[in-house]
Design a protein around this ligand. Structure first.
Ligand code: ATP
Length: 274
């Protein structure tokens, strides 16, 4: 597959038939873009336009260019050239095989090195509190383990240059780290989310309203700091969850990592303390 360096979204019309505010939006390899907006505002439709490489032929009349050009019909229609890998809350592995065998099979199908398998399991284990073992059966993995393994698998083995993450707010994984891992593999990442940790991890976020892209907001330096603070809160919640699951008692020191670190400013500190 040709290397996808960037995609361009050329704006179309919203649900009222008016031109979208955003006429043109470029996304480069390695960028993380959030898509936010109320229910029914057209977030999934925007993703569908990208996935189908719409050429003014969907309800939104948007056009998607790849590397600045109209994509070939091969790229649009051949399922083997699928551009978008999707990760969502409700996805589960169905195959009755163990983690290592599955990864070996997937790597083999994609013509990827089989030497990376242990690395993928290691990466997945950095994202989840509950260690995944190579001999674990896929079907017994918990929700968090499943999502963590999918993220590592998509990052290393899958060839899809675009990764769509659809509302994995309660995935039970370190979301911030998961996004960093994927963007490190130069994927274009689009996240539909209502979760501040995820939304603020994105460099930019597209604001949807009434079926149209109304604005694009660049994450401010302050928001980036808030994002890493929230990520620590997130990790502490994951840790507490694991401890409770394992029948342990929670002590004040277990939540100190949220409170002890200097916060963005006093306002943020007050917010967390209360
Ligand atoms: N520009 C548009 N023109 C016409 N119809 C549109 C447009 N954008 C979205 N729609 C339609 O509006 C409906 C709601 O959009 P969509 O499902 O994308 O919203 P959403 O923001 O993903 O909602 P939710 O948060 O509930 O998942 C869909 O049927 C979609 O096809």
């Amino acid at each position: 597959m040709e290397q996808i360096r960037n995609i361009k979204i050329i704006g179309g019309i919203d649900k009222s038939g008016k031109h979208e505010n955003i006429k043109c939006f470029d996304i480069a390899q390695g960028e993380i873009i959030g898509i936010v907006g109320p229910t029914g505002s057209g977030k999934s439709q925007l993703i569908a336009d990208i996935e189908q490489l719409s050429q003014k032929d969907s309800s939104t009349r948007r056009q998607i260019l790849i590397n600045g050009e109209i994509p070939s019909s091969e790229l649009r229609n051949n399922p083997r050239q699928k551009l978008v890998a999707q990760l969502s809350q409700n996805m589960n592995f169905l195959a009755d095989m163990n983690v290592k065998d599955f990864l070996l099979l997937h790597a083999q199908c994609r013509g990827k090195s089989m030497k990376n398998i242990d690395k993928i399991i290691y990466m997945a284990n950095q994202l989840t509190g509950e260690p995944i073992k190579p001999k674990d059966n896929l079907t017994i993995l918990s929700g968090g383990q499943t999502r963590a393994l999918m993220v590592a698998d998509v990052a290393v083995i899958s060839e899809s240059p675009i990764v769509l993450i659809d509302e994995i707010e309660n995935a039970g994984i370190k979301k911030h780290e998961a996004l960093e891992l994927l963007s490190g593999y130069n994927k274009i990442i689009l996240i539909v989310t209502h979760d501040p940790v995820m939304a603020l991890s994105a460099q930019k976020r597209i604001i949807m309203k009434n079926g149209g892209m109304t604005a694009v907001i660049d994450a401010s330096p302050e928001e980036k700091t808030i994002s890493s603070q929230l990520s620590k809160v997130d990790q502490t919640m994951l840790k507490l969850r694991e401890m409770i699951r394992n029948g342990q008692h929670i002590e004040e020191k277990d939540i100190n990592q949220i409170f002890l670190k200097p916060t963005v400013n006093n306002k943020m500190a007050t917010l967390i303390h209360h």
